[in-house]
Design a protein around this ligand. Structure first.
Ligand SMILES: [Zn+2]
Length: 159
């Protein structure tokens, strides 16, 4: 990827057709409308050949240590996996709490219904019961073992 030295946006690879001279060449162009390098409608651009030659020259002096880059990548993936696992654990905990709370509410409502003098008033609690039962059901659904927690396996797939 080639970055514009003026606005630091990635430049776009384009083909120039110089039909009069019968030549085509590749160049990188900055497409940022507000790029400070743009003057008189002329965009910042550079020949791809020059970029590649510069990259080759740099690589001759600084060979890529792919093993170092890879180790860094693996570490990073494990770090991300660890933080996702923590997030998932937090989500599970809060779901458990939600479910617990809804179940306690259901118990309370049941008790209140039993204590009613007039059993025809039980219908007043119908909506509450429905709501709490739905919360328990949703929590159960989300707590099923096919959860989204990234496994060791899925981390290995990335590395
Ligand atoms: Zn630019």
């Amino acid at each position: 990827m080639v970055i514009c030295e003026w606005c630091e946006a990635p430049m776009v690879l384009s083909i120039a057709n110089k039909q009069a001279m019968g030549v085509r060449y590749l160049y990188y162009r900055c497409n940022t409308p507000s790029c400070p390098a743009m003057r008189g409608g002329k965009r910042q651009h550079i020949r791809a050949k020059i970029v590649i030659e510069a990259a080759r020259a740099w690589l001759r002096e600084h060979p890529l240590r792919l093993d170092v880059a890879h180790n860094h990548y693996v570490e990073e993936m494990h770090r991300i996996g660890e933080s996702r696992r923590r997030e998932t654990a937090n989500t599970l905990r809060s779901l458990e709490q939600k479910k617990d709370h809804a179940q306690k509410r259901l118990q309370e409502i049941k008790k209140r219904i039993e204590e009613l003098d007039d059993s025809s008033l039980a219908s007043l609690y119908k909506e509450d019961v429905k709501k709490e039962k739905a919360t328990v059901r949703e929590a159960d659904e989300a707590l099923r073992p096919n959860s989204t927690a990234p496994s060791e396996k899925s981390i290995r797939t990335f590395t």
